[in-house]
Write a protein that binds this ligand. Structure first.
Ligand code: NAP
Length: 322
């Protein structure tokens, strides 16, 4: 009997490939740091029974339409905005992702951004590297306090909650906004539900942790930044598309807000001439929220399991829900 064919859009470690090879034939894009070209992806999707993909692969309606054998798309990520899930559902193609396994790791990085932006850590590093550290001065590189400040989380989900828990260790006052309230979280963390405007107007740190959807596209626009306190810091480790980057640039430049910590950008990767990088009050990282060694291994394992479950006719552990 012929084995099902799985295509992996990025080079994966040998143990992950071997796990799949026990039950499947494998095709793989052999580069680790370069995404598969779209024409290769399109061609592979036409015949594959299963697809192991990442956030950089545009799995759109057109490609899904042409997929003749595809039973499961498993992405090595929790965010699935790169996949047309509705088009997949119409063809009974399952879509699986990796929720939970990366929440704590992404929250660690998000909190690192809060701390780096608040205490101007990148600027401090530059001062030393550029040999600009002079005599002690009373207000040299003074930043914002994190302890006892108000942390506003837009999108109190798995990662939002993990960020909030870290905030309680700093005696922060936690407020949040979702489309629906979470009474259990409110009780457990001591977080308070507020309308979006109140969150924007009163928070010292505004942290976006929603998925990227039609509804959250450019949710942080000029109007939203203008509502924020001019001492506030904006943090984004969700997806770049939730932010209007021109509006953010203006808000930072005009002093409408104090600073920003960003792990994600609308068009990734950005290059060194990205306007936001010209501002000293921006702490920027190259989308490394879930990038701890343990977590990336766990995500890869989980994705391989989803593929095997889907191909065996079992229900994958973590199907995306629309
Ligand atoms: P999650 O558990 O589904 O949480 C998302 C939260 O956002 C939910 O509580 C949801 O609550 C809220 N939400 C959704 N739409 C909203 C809207 N229009 N307005 C306000 N709140 C809204 O997801 P998660 O696991 O925490 O992951 C969140 C996102 O983080 C992912 O989708 C991904 O894009 C991003 N992420 C980034 C990295 C990185 O490397 N930087 C790593 C992992 C994940 P309601 O449904 O009640 O509104």
């Amino acid at each position: 009997m012929t084995k099902p064919y799985v295509y992996l859009t990025r080079k994966m470690p040998a143990s992950i490939v071997e796990k799949l090879e026990a039950e499947c034939d494998i095709g793989m894009w052999e580069k680790e740091e370069e995404p598969v070209p779209e024409e290769v992806l399109e061609k592979e999707m036409q015949t594959a029974d299963a697809l192991f993909c990442t956030i950089t692969d545009p799995i759109n309606k057109e490609k899904i339409k042409q997929a003749e054998n595809l039973k499961i798309i498993a992405t090595m990520a929790v965010g699935f905005n790169n996949i047309d899930v509705e088009a997949a559902a119409k063809k009974n193609i399952q879509v699986a992702h990796t929720p939970g396994v990366l929440s704590e790791t992404t929250a660690d990085l998000t909190f690192a951004l809060i701390m780096a932006a608040a205490r101007r850590i990148p600027e401090g590093i530059e001062v030393i590297k550029n040999n600009e550290w002079g005599a002690w001065a009373p207000f040299f590189l003074t930043g914002q306090d994190i302890h006892h400040a108000r942390l506003g989380i837009i999108g109190m989900g798995r990662i939002g909650e993990a960020v909030a828990k870290r905030g309680t260790g700093f005696d922060m006052d936690i407020v949040y906004h979702n489309r629906s309230r979470k009474p259990e979280t409110e009780k457990e963390i001591g977080a308070r539900y507020v309308e979006l405007d109140e969150l924007l107007e009163t928070s010292d740190f505004v942290c976006v942790m929603t998925p990227y959807t039609n509804e959250t596209h450019h949710m942080m626009n000029r109007e939203a930044f203008q509502k924020m306190k001019n001492t506030a810091i904006f943090i984004n480790s969700s997806r770049g598309g939730t932010v209007d980057e021109e509006a953010l640039f203006e808000a930072l430049k005009n002093g409408d807000i104090r600073g920003a910590g960003l792990d994600v950008f609308e068009n990734e990767p950005i290059s060194a001439d990205h306007p936001l990088l010209s501002l000293p009050n921006v702490t920027a990282l190259p989308h490394i929220g879930s990038a701890s060694e343990n977590t990336r291994w766990n995500m890869a394992e989980m994705t391989a399991n989803h593929i095997l479950q889907g191909l065996r006719g079992e229900k994958p552990d973590h199907l995306v829900s629309l």
